[in-house]
Design a protein around this ligand. Structure first.
Ligand code: MTE
Ligand code: MO
Length: 198
């Protein structure tokens, strides 16, 4: 039997449960656009700012008072590695948005250090996104976004902002850091939305 390379590639990645074009890795690569900011838990805070400039703010200890969730999820990086069944502890964005009054459709996620990424508000809700602080049972390492990062595993990992410090709700969409230099606005790995136009 002869198979074209393209067919074999697709077949293999489907067999491994991977989105198209991805390969499996078992280590945890670090991908950061700049130096790792060092943020103590005392200095850490998280803000959701609405389109009406209303600010909702959580200190580290206030975050710990929200219900704990323990998602186990697959990660897909646009540089083509995927890592399966990673386990995390954190807080659901549903719980953070519970008291937030907004009609905005878009969100800009902001990190300590200046990184930004945009996504639809709907992709943060309904059990699809978390602020996580624990990875595989240990405090999230600073290189991977500690003390806390966003986790939005159904989109390429550049949307999972490390050292997250807040979400700005926007009536009009705007590109974040990578989206502004040609990466896809939405970034669905299953539809292989790597770059604008994909
Ligand atoms: N603040 C911040 N968040 C970030 C990045 C970054 O450079 N800065 N890189 C993104 C990219 S491109 C990827 S693939 C993942 C990498 O996460 P990791 O370093 O924990 O593997 O973080 C994303 N979140
Ligand atoms: Mo990435």
């Amino acid at each position: 039997m002869t198979l074209s390379p393209g067919f074999r590639g697709r077949h293999r990645s489907q067999a491994a449960g991977l989105p198209p074009g991805q390969y499996l890795t078992t280590d945890f690569p670090v991908l950061s656009a700049g130096p790792t900011p060092r943020i103590s838990r005392e200095r850490w805070e998280f803000t959701i700012r609405t389109e009406h400039q209303v600010e909702h703010r959580w200190s580290w200890s206030q975050l710990q008072q929200l219900p704990v969730q323990t998602p186990t999820v697959d990660l897909h990086c646009v540089t083509k590695w995927s890592k399966l069944a990673t386990s995390w502890r954190g807080v659901s964005l549903d719980d953070l948005f519970a008291g937030v009054d907004t009609a905005a459709e878009f969100a800009m996620v902001h990190s300590f250090g200046g990184y930004t990424t945009n996504l639809p508000v709907a992709d943060l809700l309904d059990g699809k996104a978390w602020i996580v602080h624990t990875y595989e049972g240990a405090d999230l390492h600073p290189e991977h976004g500690g003390p806390a990062r966003l986790l939005v595993p159904h989109l390429y990992l550049w949307k999972s902002a490390k050292w997250v410090r807040g979400i700005e709700l926007m009536v009009q969409n705007r590109p974040g850091f990578w989206e502004g230099v040609g990466y896809h606005d939405y970034g669905d790995p299953w539809r292989e939305q790597r770059y604008q136009g994909d």
